[in-house]
Design a protein around this ligand. Structure first.
Ligand code: ARG
Length: 587
């Protein structure tokens, strides 16, 4: 169900009838929309290959399409380009057939089972601006893939098992040495409450990290605490583990609040720690394949291969202190995910700066046979959201910007920009919340996933241009139009052939949807969706500003226009849902 695929088929057959077998992408959208809607450069290429005149060949091919009633015009331009214009009746019935209901499962995509690993916050560290991108890109790709009919499992993969936990625990021990968690003689029950608050927790890690960097003894304490936490046989393990459970619980309930606010929902709230029981199995597999070696007392796997252009450091499975870190937990997690879910693919939506880490562990996963070559491990990297200085966006005094602070700043700005005076303050606050959310999500989607972009609050919250508020305003307008029609008892009818260029343009935007969706899915990026939304809504706004809709005199045309607008509204709803953007009732 793609207009390009349908036209491709027509062009392919026409060439075949002329005696030429052609394949691949034969048709694209026209780059001269003033002249035609679609174009094909195939005659040009075929003529060159066969040493014949491209214009003559184009003319021959065009003759074969002459009687096709789906096309109103097929003509040669320049040195042998075939230009195509759709027939208006075909266009409206094509939309009637394919877009009356927006169902992405009908789009052409192999259905797979995919685990998406995204979000990736660290327990005991507050969410900062850097956590916005993995959350919204991951959520968007999850929703898009699911809408296309794939089976998707979204996992947050909390950072809850490495040295950072050792740092936090040893810092707590330093401040409150008498807590029962540190008493190895204690054999009773532990209380079900956390000895520190979220606020304290958020302060503990940075303090501990800074102290340990400057003090080897404290670093050793942290390593030791990590070891005790990770090793069941240690006499202190039970208390450390109970304390750790409380820290995770406190941190997770705080994380849930922020993700809830962003309308981001994980199917699994697993973490690095969940794979701890599979680490022996991982080591066994790697040792059977003779992949394990020791280096400086650490257990490692060498991953460099002949022909590498960069230097691949070895994967460290166990440090010389016998603790496991980020690489081991990622490998053991792959093992567990395959055992439990047997997915076709695992996607990692993670900061582009971690590419090397994933290259390393993917090599180990495939080479050990743990992951079959038929399955795909995919790294989906992204750039950072920066300040005007080109560095990750910071607070005014140069500190790490908390995600909650970023949301507050954006909400305040969105609030200022709501000019509708008939809205009460409390409702305005709610609307500002949604508009701010849309501003950030749309701005993120419209920037290239792999490059960095600058946090520009005025641009993001602008009511015009490629912005979240622009799309929301447009959708709110559509909703109120449909509501009005409903109140007036106006029903939608069959789509008629377009009677104005504004109507035609809306239709020409609508039919691009399937190609946009499939391309976004293949590129694992929401950019094309955000871009499409802008052009679709610009075309709608043009129609709205220049043509009669509800006060159109011709009843059948009015019913047709209503349907067209309802379809635009349905597409908006679906795509905004994919981008996890919520729509206010009014603005
Ligand atoms: N917690 C990690 C970090 O903050 C991101 C986790 C990404 N996912 C993964 N499977 N490694 O850098």
């Amino acid at each position: 169900m793609s207009i390009l695929v349908e036209l491709n088929e027509k062009i392919r057959n026409a060439f075949l009838e002329c005696g030429y077998e052609v394949d691949g992408k034969l048709v694209t959208l026209s780059d001269r929309p003033d002249l035609s809607q679609f174009q094909s450069n195939t005659a040009f290429i075929v003529a060159k290959k066969n040493g014949i005149n491209p214009v003559k060949l184009s003319e021959e091919v065009i003759k074969k399409l002459e009687n096709d009633t789906d096309l109103s015009k097929v003509f040669v331009a320049g040195p042998g380009f075939i230009n195509v214009v759709l027939d208006n009746n075909f266009l409206s019935s094509y939309i009637e057939r394919n877009f009356s209901k927006i169902d992405l499962t009908k789009y052409n995509c192999d259905k797979k089972k995919i685990i998406i690993d995204y979000g990736g916050p660290n327990v005991a560290k507050p969410l900062h601006v850097g956590h916005l991108r993995p959350a919204i890109i991951g959520e968007g790709l999850k929703r898009l893939s699911r809408e296309l009919g794939n089976e998707i499992i979204g996992d947050i993969h909390l950072g809850d098992w490495g040295r950072q936990m050792g740092l936090v625990i040893s810092e707590i021990k330093l401040r409150q040495p008498n807590l029962i968690y540190f008493d190895d003689q204690y054999s009773g029950e532990y209380p079900d409450c956390c000895p520190v608050t979220v606020e304290e927790l958020n302060e503990l890690y940075p303090t501990a990290n800074c102290a340990a960097k400057n003090d080897e003894a404290r670093m050793e304490e942290a390593r030791n605490a990590t070891y005790i936490l990770q090793n069941k046989d240690h006499k202190n393990h039970r208390g450390y583990y109970e304390l750790w459970k409380q820290l995770v619980k406190t941190s997770v309930s705080d994380l849930k609040k922020t993700y809830e606010k962003l309308d981001i929902h994980f199917d699994l709230w697993r973490g690095e720690s969940d794979c701890n029981n599979s680490i022996p199995k991982l080591l066994e597999i790697l040792s059977e394949k003779n992949m394990i070696e020791t280096s400086d007392g650490a257990t490692v796997v060498y991953v460099n291969e002949e022909g590498d252009k960069v230097d691949y450091p070895p994967v460290i499975l166990k440090t010389k202190n016998n603790t496991v870190g980020y690489q081991t937990t990622d490998l053991a997690t792959i093992y567990e995910r395959l055992e439990e879910f047997d997915p076709d693919e695992i996607w990692y939506v993670v900061d582009a700066r971690q590419k090397l880490h994933f290259d390393q562990i993917f090599r180990v996963a495939y080479r050990s046979g743990m992951v079959d070559e038929s399955k795909k491990l995919v790294f989906i990297g992204f750039g950072t959201m920066n300040g005007t200085d080109g560095k990750p966006f910071k607070t005014r005094d140069g500190g790490v910007m908390r995600l909650s602070e970023l949301l507050d700043i954006t909400e305040n700005k969105a609030f200022e920009k709501i000019t509708n005076t008939s809205i009460e303050k409390s409702e305005k606050q709610e609307i500002a919340c949604l508009v701010a959310d849309a501003s950030l999500k749309y701005a993120d989607a419209i920037s290239n996933r792999l490059t960095d972009y600058v946090f520009d609050i005025d641009k993001f919250t602008d009511n015009n241009g490629k912005t979240g508020p622009y799309i929301l305003y447009s959708q709110v307008r559509i909703q109120s139009l449909l509501e009005k029609a409903n109140v007036q008892g106006i029903k939608e009818g069959n789509l008629l052939a377009p009677s104005s260029k504004e109507e035609l343009n809306v239709m020409l935007e609508i039919i691009k949807l399937p190609d946009v969706i499939i391309s976004a899915y293949n590129n694992k990026s929401l950019l094309e969706i955000a871009d499409f939304l802008f052009y679709l809504n610009s075309s709608f706004n043009n129609l709205y500003n220049n043509c009669r809709i509800l006060d159109e005199k011709n009843i059948e045309r009015r019913a047709s226009l209503l349907k067209l607008i309802r379809i635009v509204g349905d597409i908006n709803k679906k795509l905004l849902y994919i981008m996890s953007v919520r729509i206010p009732k009014r603005m």
